[in-house]
Write a protein of this length. Structure first.
Length: 276
């Protein structure tokens, strides 16, 4: 069963409104963003964020379960031809499904009140692909929250949404928090703050060997090109580097973030860790 008896017109106001969400100022004004592809749209529907969906006939038949979930979530479902989907989409090869989703960022106060044990703080991260991938890593490592500082990329940038592969809908994310405030407030709640930096004085292996990684922890990650500025590193309890045992010059941001977050997750679940 197809999503609607007629194709939506390319000139429809709904199509025009969705197309405008590719721009940050319109996303902020409407508090809506685009999620593309079956995985992202399914997650949006499952977590109550899906407001509207555009789908081709073929995609509606292939992903009939997603169409049913969208309708069950009271999202408007529009059947569209491939040209309309391509017009709305921000990808080179659209997958036939585009969702219009409600903003879902969480107030920083709520994150603090939940007493998180593992948090990723993105400070000065400007690349949306990196931001989305770190969010995905944080989700996989079992972090309770992600914080994007006011100097970081827009959480709802289409590239960031795609790179998160649905993880955007899984865990609380606070946006626009000054890094100084984020670090100070996390410390006040008993969270140890570690800055990840390739030039750090402390080695991640040494931190693990010392048994200092099992406490509630927030990792601060910086811009891949130039790392964290000195004033941000100075805010942390320690500046930690991921050891390079081979000949590689460095690790990219997402890889380093995955290593750091999983190191904390493992230590927190070990005997004596805060999750035990």
């Amino acid at each position: 069963m197809v999503a609607a008896p007629e194709l939506i017109s390319p000139k429809s106001s709904r199509v025009s409104a969705a197309r405008r969400l590719a721009k940050r100022n319109f996303r902020g004004k409407e508090r809506l963003f685009l999620a593309e592809g079956p995985q992202a749209v399914r997650e949006a529907a499952a977590h109550g964020a899906l407001a509207e969906m555009f789908t081709t006939v073929e995609a509606a038949e292939r992903y009939a379960d997603i169409v049913a979930e969208a309708r069950a979530a009271d999202a408007r479902v529009h059947l569209a031809d491939e040209d309309v989907i391509a017009d709305i989409s921000t990808t080179v090869t659209p997958q036939g499904l585009v969702g219009v989703c409600r903003f879902l960022d969480t107030p920083f106060e709520e994150i603090l009140a939940a007493r998180p044990k593992l948090v990723a703080v993105l400070a000065h991260v400007r690349d949306p692909g990196n931001a989305g991938t770190v969010l995905r890593c944080a989700d996989a490592a079992g972090a309770e929250a992600v914080v994007l500082t006011d100097a970081s990329v827009d959480l709802y940038n289409p590239k960031a949404v795609r790179a998160s592969v649905g993880s955007l809908f899984h865990l609380p994310v606070a946006v626009g928090v000054p890094v100084e405030e984020a670090v100070a407030r996390l410390k006040q709640t008993g969270v140890r703050v570690l800055a990840a930096d390739g030039a750090g004085d402390d080695d991640l292996d040494d931190e693990l060997d010392k048994g200092t990684m099992g406490t509630p922890t927030a990792w601060v990650f910086g811009n891949e090109a130039w790392g964290l500025p000195e004033e941000t590193r100075a805010l942390a309890d320690a500046v930690v580097r991921v050891p390079i045992h081979g000949k590689a010059e460095s690790l990219n941001l997402a890889t380093a973030a995955a290593v750091c977050l999983y190191a904390s997750a493992r230590a927190q679940r070990a005997p004596g860790g805060c999750r035990r």
